[in-house]
Design a protein around this ligand. Structure first.
Ligand code: BTN
Length: 260
């Protein structure tokens, strides 16, 4: 399949936010997150056609072949660590979900903490990383745009080209995504939790679902009640007690589904 190559100038043409200072496009990098962590200036975005060691959440590998997908990282810096820092990854998920909706996608949602799913299949993921200083964060986004159907990944997946009835121009999509992110991030430090929680619930695929949370060898089963002010998942257990789960600690699956 012929896919237009990523091009920094074309991406910039679709960015309408001055806080994105620079865009780098690589053919191959280990990981755009890794590059951004070590080399990007604040406000710099980097993208790659392929990653040789793409990183997923909880030490997993993000399968990153050269097939026309989006592997994108943005280095975002602030003067003070925002009060709701724990919500940042969920917030980025909402921005992406809304951006994809504007691009015509329907039927997608977010699986806490940071999976973008379409009809139960993984369409994309978000990985936030820092070098310890939470005032400088790399926001990494992987989006399946034109994944070959023959690719075997360890979970059900889907790609935008299998859903949308037009061919996605990745330069346009990347530019719009970066614009939306930059615009919303400028106001992240003023986030009102109640307001954000209402937005989250529009996209939340787990609310009210019976799930099993796995952490090391332990498994906890309960019904998802929602999120708290720090982005933790609130479960209601069978004995009526509550349990909060930290995104970094657990993987979640619905009681009746395979793990994703
Ligand atoms: C997940 O769902 O586990 C998160 C996946 C995040 C993948 C993206 S691709 C761009 C950026 N660079 C990386 O190495 N990872 C993120």
């Amino acid at each position: 399949m012929h896919t237009k190559v990523l091009d920094a100038e074309s991406i910039k043409q679709h960015i309408n936010q001055q806080s994105i200072l620079s865009v780098q496009v690589f053919d191959t990098v280990e990981s755009t997150n890794q590059w951004a962590l070590h080399h990007a200036i604040c406000g710099e975005a980097c993208l790659a056609e392929q990653q040789t060691a793409g990183r997923g959440r909880r030490g997993r590998v993000w399968h990153s072949p050269q097939q026309g997908n989006l592997y994108l990282s943005l280095k975002w810096c602030v003067d003070e660590v925002p009060k709701h820092f724990g919500l940042l990854s969920l917030f980025v998920g909402v921005v992406i979900a809304e951006c994809l909706q504007k691009e015509g996608l329907r039927g997608h949602g977010l699986k806490w903490p940071n999976d973008i799913l379409w009809q139960g299949k993984k369409l994309g993921g978000i990985l936030l990383e820092s070098k310890g200083n939470l005032k400088e964060v790399v926001i990494g986004i992987g989006l399946n745009v034109a994944m070959q159907p023959s690719e075997t990944i360890d979970q059900p997946w889907v790609s935008l080209d299998q859903i949308l009835d037009y061919k996605v121009d990745r330069n346009v999509l990347a530019g719009r995504l970066l614009s939306d992110l930059a615009c919303r991030l400028l106001r992240f430090h003023q986030l009102d939790f109640e307001e954000f929680n209402r937005e989250w619930q529009v996209w939340d695929l787990l609310k009210g679902q019976q799930v099993i949370a796995s952490h090391d060898d332990k498994k906890i089963e309960g019904q998802v009640a929602g999120i708290d002010q720090q982005g933790m998942l609130e479960l209601c257990l069978h004995d009526g007690s509550g349990q909060k789960l930290l995104a970094a600690d657990v993987s979640i699956r619905k009681s009746i589904e395979v793990d994703n």
